[in-house]
Design a protein around this ligand. Structure first.
Ligand code: NDP
Ligand code: 8X3
Length: 266
């Protein structure tokens, strides 16, 4: 137990994994910087966590200048960030690549990749200087395994996976740790966001399953920070027991005989 001597910055703390992580680290006596776009959620969480020291900042991680300003304006007691949890992120849509909304693609790239890079690049120098720190990125099984409709979302998480490994390579001479957490099916607001607010469709994703919970993920995030300082957990891939990996998909055309309707002849 440390009594408010260590600071964690959590992006996307207004819901799901981020909020559960804030609650988990608060229980362990960490100081918290919590970030999200929904101000009322931030206030609600800060009130719930009192008397834990919380610095709440309404911020869109896609806004590079505001990320910089936020870090420069950190109040006394919150300036030494020991853990950066790059959790803010989203999937939008499940359409095939030929039908997907290009604006959705841009939002995912800007949030899951650019936002994560801004925070990492701006927080990292002080960690290297202190020779102490931990970057924890929220990847996904979608960054490892393909599935229909994951197109750009899976691509952003594959970026997070390789970026995390490359950070480990860059930081090998320092005591700064890097971990990529790669969860599978987990119930949060994730699917409501993915389906643009369609709660019924989102509910169907979890119907008849026992998905991971945000508390499960928070437990893992806390665990990777609690191993001895010379140990780096590179990545954690985690699924609920009810999830597995699909076989390769093979599409068989109905009529493949000579001259059949699906046969392409010049
Ligand atoms: P939620 O939708 O419950 O939470 C997402 C969080 O990200 C919210 O706090 C939201 O806050 C924040 N966020 C989104 N966009 C921005 C932005 N531009 N700036 C700042 N904050 C932002 O989903 P989860 O908790 O499930 O997702 C958290 C992470 O985990 C994501 O990166 C997701 O891809 C990943 N993940 C989720 C899985 C799942 O099945 N649930 C599985 C694997 C990975 P606000 O709207 O207030 O800004
Ligand atoms: C979220 C998990 O399988 O819905 O990253 O893509 S999945």
């Amino acid at each position: 137990m440390n009594y408010y001597t260590r600071t964690i910055l959590i992006t996307g703390a207004t819901s799901g994994f981020g909020r559960a992580c804030a609650q988990r680290f608060a229980r362990e006596g960490w100081r918290l910087i919590i970030i999200g776009r929904r101000q009322e959620r931030l206030e609600e969480l800060a009130a719930q966590l009192a008397p834990v020291p919380v610095h709440a900042v309404q911020l869109d991680v896609r806004d590079r200048d505001r990320v910089r300003e936020m870090l420069h304006a950190l109040p006394e007691g919150f300036r030494e960030i020991e853990v950066l949890l790059n959790n803010a992120g989203l999937a939008l849509g499940l359409e095939g690549a030929h039908q997907a909304d290009l604006d959705d693609w841009e939002t995912m790239i800007d949030t899951n990749i650019r936002g994560l890079c801004y925070l990492t690049r701006m927080v990292l120098p002080a960690m290297v200087e202190r020779d102490r720190g931990h970057i924890i990125n929220m990847g996904s099984v979608a960054g490892i395994y393909p599935y229909p409709g994951a197109n750009v979302y899976g691509g952003t998480k594959a970026f997070v996976r390789q970026f995390s490994r490359n950070l480990i390579a860059d930081l090998v001479a320092s005591r700064v740790r890097v971990t990529n957490i790669e969860p599978g099916l987990a119930e949060s607001e994730f699917s409501v966001v993915r389906f643009h607010g369609d709660r019924q469709r989102a509910g169907q994703v979890y119907q008849g399953t026992e998905p991971l919970t945000p508390a499960d993920i928070a437990e893992i995030v806390h665990w990777v920070t609690s191993v001895p300082p010379h140990v780096n957990i590179n990545c954690v891939e985690v699924m609920p027991v009810c999830q597995g990996c699909a076989p390769f998909a093979i599409h068989r055309r109905r009529d493949t005989g000579p001259g059949g309707p699906d046969r392409t002849t010049p």
